[in-house]
Design a protein around this ligand. Structure first.
Ligand SMILES: Cc1ncc(COP(=O)(O)O)c(C=O)c1O
Length: 494
């Protein structure tokens, strides 16, 4: 084996150890996937003292771990050693495994390692900050992002001191205003360096047409970055060839939203971009040589991976990728679409409920299983608490780190939002605007979707079973326990 990582000098074949550790997804498929998720059988305590199996509808925030990921880690940790730093067997092997993980990630998203570099980072936020530091932005140049973005694909660009413009969204369905996008790209040709856009919204599940946007950006001399954080575990995603006008130039995502919660993430982009300038974080691992007054930086990706790399995190991600591939990205996508259709068909018929984002139950336009709503005239924070305390359902509430987008969807004026931000800054969380979000993963079932809908129906019809008060410490609602709360609470799915 000639791999360039020292493993060609090893006495044992590291490929065997890789295979032994990473496995091949262990025969996971759509039918048996629930058996391969850690903690699905865990119960949540309910208000009335009973326990119900926890229904996790918070996959857009973070996913549970695949069991094959845990198994791979426990097998590999017996071989674990330092990377790039020693000639010892475990060290050479660890280096081999780490580089193998990089190739697995590259293959998954169609990156070509002779052109792209795959940089392991902590998470998508880290990746986007790193990209913002690396993109060379001459004075007067511009980045175009969108109102739909998570703050992690907004704030790093503002730090640069260049002009940042925002493509608007359509308030009715939350989709990007593509005319506005086109107009802003065309008008700014010559000074527009980068268009950076979400591959899938963490609020409404909208999937922007990234290929069309890429073609437009390239035709006007700009590159395109995709925040693929919500996309990669739910739809097939490929970078595209380096000469493809519809290619994605940069992509960022987090492993903890891909069933691999071990602190890794990825930034991918053309190698040449990372071959110049000073890395954002400097220190061990980033250099080929240092004197008291000079530094010779290493080549990417090492140059961008300061300090000891997170090898368990990289292996977790690579194993999760193998598991996703064992299920099949097309199968997985169709399953999640089916659950989304089922949820929307029921929710669009419900009285007392407001849905945000695309509402078409036929899914004429593809979208992710991320559903934002408000219901029953309750505040989003109270509704999420009721779902948790009375039904054992995990759903997130608030603005989902996407304040500008949520403001647009809720139709709140800029002045009102500024007042909200001032209140929040002063510690007053009582009247924060927001929504409740249910987000689906590959292991969620039709029964869980029905249970969620039933919970909403009962809450809208009968209200909460207890009085809830705002807990200033937790910034959320908690029930005031009284004898009336001990009456039977509807059972959870089994
Ligand atoms: C679309 C999107 N981008 C970026 C992020 C940031 O991800 P992380 O917190 O893993 O850095 C999130 C997290 O929810 C997200 O949904």
């Amino acid at each position: 084996m000639k791999s360039g990582d020292g493993s060609d000098q090893m006495l044992a074949d590291p490929a065997d150890i890789w295979q032994e550790c990473a496995g091949n997804g262990s025969g996971v498929n759509l039918q048996n996937v629930r058996e391969h998720i850690v903690g699905l059988e865990r119960e949540a305590p309910l208000l009335d003292g009973r326990k119900a199996r926890y229904v996790n509808l918070d996959n857009a925030a973070t996913t549970p771990s695949f069991k094959p990921v845990l198994a791979a880690l426990s097998r590999f940790l017996q071989w674990y050693g330092s990377i790039h730093r020693s000639g010892g067997f475990k060290s050479l092997l660890s280096t081999h495994i780490y580089e193998r993980c990089r190739r697995e990630v590259a293959d998954f998203i169609g990156a070509d390692l002779s052109y792209h570099t795959v940089i392991f980072v902590q998470n998508a936020t880290h990746a986007l900050n790193k990209l913002a530091m690396r993109i060379c932005m001459p004075q007067g140049h511009m980045v175009l992002t969108t109102v739909m973005e998570h703050h992690s694909n907004m704030l790093p660009w503002r730090k640069l001191g260049c002009t940042v413009e925002y493509v608007g969204v359509r308030p009715d369905d939350g989709a990007l205003d593509l005319n506005d996008m086109k107009d802003k790209i065309c008008r700014n040709e010559g000074r527009l360096c980068l268009v950076t856009v979400s591959g899938g919204s963490n609020v409404t599940g909208v999937i922007p047409p990234i290929r069309r946007i890429a073609r437009l950006a390239h035709a006007h001399g700009a590159m395109i970055a995709v925040d693929a954080t919500q996309l990669v575990a739910h739809r097939k995603f490929k970078m595209g060839a380096s000469d493809d006008p519809e290619r994605v130039d940069f992509a960022a995502f987090s492993a903890h939203k891909m069933y691999a919660p071990f602190g890794s993430g990825v930034l991918v982009g053309p190698r040449w971009v990372f071959e110049r300038g000073t890395p954002d974080i400097v220190g061990g691992g980033t250099v080929s040589g240092v004197t008291i007054d000079e530094v010779a930086w290493a080549d990417p990706p090492e140059r961008e991976e300061a300090g000891t790399p997170n090898l368990p995190g990289a292996l977790a991600l690579a194993t999760a990728i193998r598991t996703l591939e064992s299920i099949g990205m097309d199968n997985l996508a169709e399953h999640e679409r089916e659950l989304t259709r089922r949820a929307l068909a029921k929710l669009t018929r419900m009285e007392g409920l407001t849905l945000f984002g695309p509402k078409d139950p036929s899914l004429g336009q593809d979208r992710l299983g991320v559903i934002a709503l408000n219901a029953g005239g309750l505040s989003h924070a109270k509704l999420a608490a009721i779902l948790g305390y009375e039904w054992g359902i995990g759903a997130r509430n608030g603005c989902f780190c996407a304040h500008p987008y949520v403001r647009e969807l809720l139709g709140i004026s800029m002045e009102e939002m500024q007042a909200v931000i001032r209140k929040l800054a002063s510690g007053d969380h009582a009247t924060t605007p927001g929504m409740v979000r249910a987000s689906l993963g590959v292991y969620n079932s039709a029964e869980e979707v029905d249970y969620f809908v039933e919970a909403l129906q009962r809450i809208v019809r009968f209200g909460p079973r207890a009085e809830y008060v705002l807990d200033a410490n937790r910034k959320g609602y908690i029930p005031l326990l009284s004898p009336s709360t001990s009456a039977a609470t509807p059972g959870a799915v089994s």
